[in-house]
Design a protein around this ligand. Structure first.
Ligand code: NAI
Ligand SMILES: NCC(=O)COP(=O)(O)O
Length: 332
């Protein structure tokens, strides 16, 4: 990481027909204790600023200059050109390659330590999948480009932190994806990441997979046969890893206070809980990458993109979260 005090944060534009460009123009108006560099189509940002009646001045990034703290209404930019004019709310496959290119640029710059963190605006996974059939989401894409086998998705808000044992996977494939080896790797990545963020022995509560964590085998065997032995091994090594707990009662107020981080077995076991607490006051963090990457807690919201009424709260939250992590502070 660079040693001067102002973090350089790279923000990718996301799906051009979604709310990403609007969110970027909106956060550009805010005070932010970092330098913000966007990878985006200049014309799209300028026309979005006009539609929002907001001031925006774009200047190409000069890497020779030291990082300068963000000035409201101004953005440093790495320009990319979309081949087709964007119609807000209407996906256009012909812009997908250039959109994917913004992520490749971001990954390259982060891997070269030219920026301290990447923050992504939301992409449309199916649209990007049309030009890269291996594309499932930023999480997997960045891991692949970084040559990292295992990363873990964490969503963190003011109320709790939730990590996931599996991410973008059909529900029917979840049980077979949770093996003792994969779960051990997941927990290892979480413990290492928290160690780097200076929370040395996080109290980790692990959800069961089945209702009532399997009810002694009556409602499934994975909890006892796969999850429990892994937790026991970590506990024997002195780690504060507990469970498997029935997920339905694990997020009560008392239990939320008792643990630093929760591990859900699948996407829709953990994420609805944290989003219900504060949609917009939450960031998505990829643990296990060789750099910091955060993102919003929502998607492309195509249906409201032409109305310019989207909330930029989560993008701002994700940027501030990345800024804190870049200066070695884990937000509480
Ligand atoms: N980080 C990323 O790149 C993510 C991308 N997605 C992608 O987004 C696409 C749409 O996903 P959906 O499940 O429909 O979720 P979504 O988050 O786009 O929309 C869900 C609901 O929340 C509203 N909403 C979302 N963000 C909002 C904001 N900032 N302000 C006000 N209202 C907002 C939408 O209008 C909609 O009613 C999918 O292709 C999905 O893969 C979804 C989650 C994360
Ligand atoms: N629901 C969270 C999500 O889908 C985020 O995906 P990613 O693009 O950040 O991997």
């Amino acid at each position: 990481m660079r040693t001067d005090k102002i973090p350089r944060i790279l923000v990718t534009m996301g799906e051009p027909a979604g709310i990403g460009p609007e969110l970027i123009v909106k956060i550009a108006q805010q005070q932010i204790a970092a330098q913000i560099i966007v990878v985006a189509d200049e014309k799209l940002l300028i026309s979005t600023a006009r539609a929002l009646n907001l001031d925006l001045t774009l200047q190409q990034i000069n890497w020779q200059q030291p990082a300068q703290v963000h000035r409201p209404g101004h953005l440093a930019i790495i320009p990319i050109e979309l081949p087709e004019k964007v119609e807000a709310g209407k996906l256009n496959k012909r812009n997908a390659t250039a959109t994917l290119q913004t992520l490749k640029i971001a990954s390259d710059l982060a891997l070269q330590s030219k920026v301290d963190a990447i923050v992504t605006a939301p992409v449309h996974k199916a649209n990007l999948n049309t030009v890269d059939p291996s594309f499932l989401g930023h999480t997997e894409y960045f891991a692949n480009l970084a040559g990292v086998n295992k990363v873990v998705m964490m969503l963190a808000g003011n109320e709790l932190r939730v990590t996931l044992a599996t991410t973008h996977l059909p529900l029917a494939k979840v049980p077979e994806a949770i093996t003792q080896a994969s779960l051990s790797e997941t927990i290892q990545v979480i413990l290492q990441a928290f160690d780097q963020f200076n929370l040395k022995q996080p109290k980790l509560a692990v959800c069961g997979l089945n209702p009532h964590a399997g009810e002694e085998g009556l409602l499934g065997h994975e909890d006892q046969q796969t999850i429990q032995p892994v937790i026991q091994r970590f506990a024997q090594q002195g780690h504060a890893v507990f469970g498997p707990f029935p997920a339905d009662t694990l997020f009560t107020p008392q239990k939320r206070k008792a643990y630093d981080v929760f591990l859900a077995m699948y996407h829709d076991q953990g994420l609805p809980v944290i989003k219900a607490f504060g949609f917009g006051e939450c960031a998505n963090i990829t643990l296990g990458l060789p750099y910091i990457r955060t993102s919003v807690d929502h998607g492309t919201a195509l249906e409201i993109a032409a109305d310019y009424c989207a909330s930029a709260d989560s993008l701002l939250y994700a940027i501030n979260y990345a800024g804190k992590l870049a200066t070695g502070v884990l937000p509480s």
